[in-house]
Design a binder for this molecule. Structure first.
Ligand code: PAF
Length: 283
């Protein structure tokens, strides 16, 4: 039986009575297969699992979709119930940010080399917002393990930095990207794609696989592999590419053009109003 908890005091009370190891699965709700894979990993490794649901205002820019972001607490609770989550922690903004103006003015700011690359170039305060909210939830819940998906690879690196920077007593767990049968990575925003857009969106992952295959075959350098993938995507004018880059696996630095492994290809693109990201590791 999953219990819904709304206040910081109540979650602290139940945690004090809960068995450890304790897992925290951070989410903004509208749960899908990607979140379920995190919950399953958490259930596998921990005695108590908490899923938090909180649409974090700090990580949305002024022109982004905070108000439109999908919210479905009834459906989310059902999914958590079906997956034997112990607690769903779904606080109001005031519980997390008693002084939101101050939190906005003084966010936790990851280093520029992590924050201002890739998605950070177009999503100005996004990663400061993510770091701030995760630090807040870690301070409240004090879990032993925290779970994130590899789809949000830059976010994963920001959390890795956060844990190290503040010397937080938590182990970061990352889980492989869950995909639809078409290869499209699960995302809460996918539900805003029309069927036609969803079919087109599946080409993003195909383009990543193509780049990986081209690099690994030894035929193409990284830049040439990216070019080939951009050519592959060019018959789809609906796909507006924001970036297609190769980045080092350990620190997201740029990689040499002749690197053959130890990095990721990452893509961000808009289809209509929906912004999608994905990546693939080149091993
Ligand atoms: O990945 C997300 O859904 C969010 O960025 C997160 C980690 C829950 C922080 O708000």
């Amino acid at each position: 039986m999953t219990s819904l908890i709304k206040s910081v005091q109540d979650i602290k009370n139940v945690i004090a009575e809960s068995e450890r190891p304790l897992a925290l699965v951070p989410t903004m709700g509208s749960l899908h297969e990607g979140h379920i894979s995190l919950i399953k990993a958490a259930k596998n490794e921990c005695r108590t699992t908490i899923v938090y649901i909180f649409v974090n205002p700090l990580q949305f820019g002024p022109n982004e979709d905070f108000n439109e972001y999908p919210r479905n607490i009834t459906g989310d609770l059902k999914i958590c119930e079906e997956n034997n989550v112990d607690f769903v922690f779904a606080p109001e903004a005031g519980e997390i940010y008693p002084d939101i103006e101050n939190a906005k003015k003084n966010p936790i700011t990851p280093p520029d080399k992590l924050r201002n690359i890739l998605c950070g170039r177009t999503r100005q305060n996004h990663f400061s917002g993510v770091a701030t909210v995760i630090k807040r939830f870690l301070d409240i819940v004090e879990p032993d393990f925290i779970y994130f998906g590899e789809k949000d690879l830059q976010q994963l690196h920001v959390i890795k930095w956060l844990i190290k920077e503040f010397n937080l007593p938590v182990t970061l767990k990352s889980c492989p990207t869950a995909r639809e049968s078409t290869g499209l990575a699960y995302s809460s925003r996918n539900k805003y794609l029309t069927h036609e857009q969803e079919v087109i969106a599946a080409n993003l992952y195909k383009s990543l696989k193509l780049a990986k295959g081209n690099t690994r075959s030894g035929m193409f350098s990284i830049n040439k592999s990216i070019l080939e993938s951009l050519i592959f995507l060019s018959p789809f004018p609906e796909i507006k590419i924001e970036y297609f880059e190769a980045r080092d696996k350990t620190n997201l630095d740029k990689v040499a053009d002749d690197a053959k492994h130890g990095f990721y290809y990452l893509i961000a693109a808009r289809i209509g109003k929906i912004r999608l990201i994905d990546n693939i590791e080149v091993t």
